[in-house]
Design a protein around this ligand. Sequence first.
Ligand code: NAD
Length: 490
Amino acid sequence: MTAALDIAGIAVSPDHYIGGRRVPSAERFALHSPIDQRLLGEVCEGGATEVDAAITAAARAFPAWSAMTAAERLPYLERFAEEIGKRADDFCQLESNDAGVLLSRMQHGVVPRAMLNIRWFAQHALELQNRAIETEQATHRVRHDPAGIVVIITPWNAPLMLSTWKLGPALAAGNTCVLKPPEWAPLTCSLLADAAHAAGLPPGVFNVVQGSGANTGAKLVADPRIARVSFTGSVPTARAIAQAAGANLVPCSLELGGKSPFIVLEDADLEGAAATAALMYRNAGQVCLAGTRLLVHARIAEAFTAALRANVEKLTVGDPREASTEVGPIIYPRQLERVAGFVERAVAAGATLLWGGARHGFGAQYYQPTLLTNVKQDSEIVQHEVFGPVLTLQTFGSDEEAIALANGTDYGLGGVCYGETEHAAAVAERVRTGFIWVNSFGIRDLAAPFGGIKRSGVGREGGDWSFEFFCDVKDVVLPKKPFQASFSHR
Ligand code: NAD
C-alpha cells in the first residue's frame, strides 16, 4: 500500500482498489490541480497485471453477488450511500481541487446526487422482480438477470456524478464492476472505493483501476470476460471502445458529446432566457449537455443579447473553492489551447466576438466567457464541440428555420427552447435530440431516460433503461393449458 496523498488535509489513496484491498503498481502518473497547476501527487497507473487482477476479482465476486435478491443487496447499497454522505465534505474538496468543479455545486448538487444514484437504483431494482406478461396462452415471467462484469469509464468533468450514475444500477442489478476513473481527475473515485469498503461491499464487487485511456482503459474494454461497457466521454474515444468491445460482441452504452441548441423564440421571456443562457458558462462550459448554440429570433436578438451581456458581466470567475465563484478553470493546459484555437479560427473565418475571446487574468488555466456571432452553420465553431466557455449566436426568422439550424449538426444530445409554453413545446418536439428542456435547463430525474442520438450517443440510461442495459432480459414461459407437441405449431 502506498502512502496516502494529502489533498487539503484529506488522506486519499493513490492505489487501485481490487478485490477489496488497496493495490499499488509501479507505473505512476502525476496529477495537477487545474486551479493553480500545483502538483497534487502521483497516482498509480494500471497495466495488464492490474486490469487482469480487477477483472478476475470481479469474476470471483459475481456468483455470490448476482445470486442475492435485490432486497438482499439493498442494505449494502444503502450503507454505500450513507458512507458517501459521511464524507461529503471530503468528496466536495477533492473534486474541486482535482477537477476544478465549483465547491458550491459539489455541495448542493453533485454529492447529494451521488448518494441518490446509489440509493434510488437499489430501491428501484426491487420493482424489477416479479414482472409478468399474461396472455391467453401463457404467463411470461420476465426476468432481469445480472449480465456479469461491467466496465465503467468516466470523463473528468463530472467523475463522481457519472461514476455513481452507472455504478448504482449496475450494482443494484447484481453485476460486479470495474471502474476506470478519468486520469485528469481520479481522486473522488478513489474515495468512492473507501466508501464502498467502509460499507462492507463484498471484495471484488466494486473495483477501481486508475490510469490513462489508451493504456488501462483500452485493456479493460478489450477483455473478453466482460459483459458490458458503460462509457461517458468523447466521440473519438467511443469509436475506439465500441471497436474493441465489438470484437467480443460486448454491448456498450455510450454517452457522448454535444453541440446542443438553445432556441429563443420571439414570444420568449427574454430575461428568463438570458439568465438561463448565462448558466451555459458554468463549469467553464465543460458540460456535455450545455446549450452552446444560441438560436435567437432575429426580431429579439438585440434585446436578448443585451440581457445576456448583463448576466455575463455579473459572473464571478475565480477559484472554484470560493462560494461566490460561478466560472472556474479549464481542466488542463492542452484543453485551454484547444478552446483558444477554436475561437481564433472562428474569428479568422469571419466571426464577430461580442465578448471574451481571450485568457482570463485570474489564472493560467482560465478563459473568458465568450460569445461569437456572424458564424456560418457549416463552420467549425458551429459544428464541433468546444467544451469550454464559448457560445455562438445565430438568428432565425421562422420556426422552420430555427428547427433546421437546431438539427443541422452531427450531434443530438440535448437542447433548450424558450417561448410561450405550447409554442416552445411544439418546436422542441421537432428538435432531434435525446432530451430537451422547455423554458428551463438541467431538470433531471433518475426515472427518466438520458442519452443522445446521432454522434451524441448510443443507448439510454436512467430508470428502467439502465436496467435494460445492465441486465440480460429473459422470458420464462409457462403455458396456461397442457402443451400439445405438434410439428404444425409455430
Ligand atoms: P475522453 O473521451 O477523452 O475520456 C473519457 C474517458 O475515456 C477517460 O476515462 C479516458 O481515460 C477514457 N479513454 C480514453 N481512451 C480510451 C480507450 N481507447 N479505451 C478505453 N477508455 C479510454 O473524454 P474527456 O475529455 O474525459 O471528457 C469530455 C467529453 O465527455 C466531452 O466530449 C463531453 O461532451 C463528454 N461528456 C458526455 C456526457 C454525457 O452524458 N453525454 C457527460 C459528460 C461528458
